[in-house]
Design a protein around this ligand. Sequence first.
Ligand SMILES: *Cc1c(COP(=O)(O)O)cnc(C)c1O
Length: 371
Amino acid sequence: MGTKHCIAFPFARTAIYFSLRAKSFPEGTEIIMPPISIKGILDVVLDLKLKPVFVDIDPDTLCFDLSELKNSITNETKAILITYLYGIVPNMVDLINVCRKNGLFIIEDYSHNLNATYNNKKLGTFGDVGIYSSSSVKTLDTFGGGLLITNNSELFFLLKKNSDFLQLPPRRILIKKIITNLIRNFATNKIVFTLFTFPLLKLLKIIFPEDIMKYSGTRDKDPIDNLPLECFYSFTSLQAKIGSHMLEGVLQLDEIRINNVEKIKSVVKSIETPSGHINGKNVYWQFIFYFKDVKKGQDYLHANKVDTSTTSLVNISSLRSYSYQGETPKANKLYNTGLFIPAYPGLKNSNIKHITDVLTNLSINNQEEPN
Ligand SMILES: *Cc1c(COP(=O)(O)O)cnc(C)c1O
């Protein structure tokens, strides 16, 4: 990433936890948070007794709406967790300017945007620390991991001490992750997926329609009393080895995926999809488009042999069981109506052609029916 320092933690949430703890913010300090992320990140912020302030997103960049961001910053606001979504790049100059003018400590969660750039500068290197989750389904997957980068040497030495204290995980934890991945890879192998997994998903859809609407199913949404022990095991040398080995391949796969998305976008013009800022290079971790009637969209795509679902992340600004709730209608729209379209590097040209045909028909059918 071109930064001076890097530390590996077991999870992105652990890296965020130690970064925020290093700043010793007093209880109740406000931190600007994305309305959509994983719940574990909200849990660490609350564990540190910070006050999350959710700012809605811009539907075209999937990152903070800048005017809402300016309006949300108070004298109590000391930090911001910028979270890029789906590989889309926002206006980094304006975003960072707002944060710096207000003296905010900037954490960038670039888990979806590895190798994305703005004016040729990598996302993750604009703030004080950049954090990447190398967990399953991310483009660089090391059986879990929270890779932290920074140019701030003082902060680095503090965080390095924290990471040196972490104990090695029991072997079974890693083995469990590896087995889970093997099963997932098997189930999504082309032939197995076509003959077995996809028909099974369609069947499950009849029984659990809600669960199949979400990529990777519905997730736990309740608050926790203590951060789980699992968050505080160290990253292992085995994971580091796997990651180093994969690094180069990731760039190549990114290019193929970006190319696939561009092919689809150039043919299917009538779908509404976030486009990001003009100076950004999107990496499309997952290629999503907004479709008003998601149920109908998913049924149509499934009937035509294209797998689709809405986001696997959580709408953390509106979790009922937490006391902090924000009004984030644009994030809700993404959460509820953002369907993602396969654009995996493994797709053949004929698959891409099929996907574009089905999407074209879907948007034509949709225009004909006013409701
Ligand atoms: C997957 C993901 C994470 C994962 O965090 P872990 O703590 O490593 O599980 C974090 N942030 C975003 C935006 C993600 O999509």
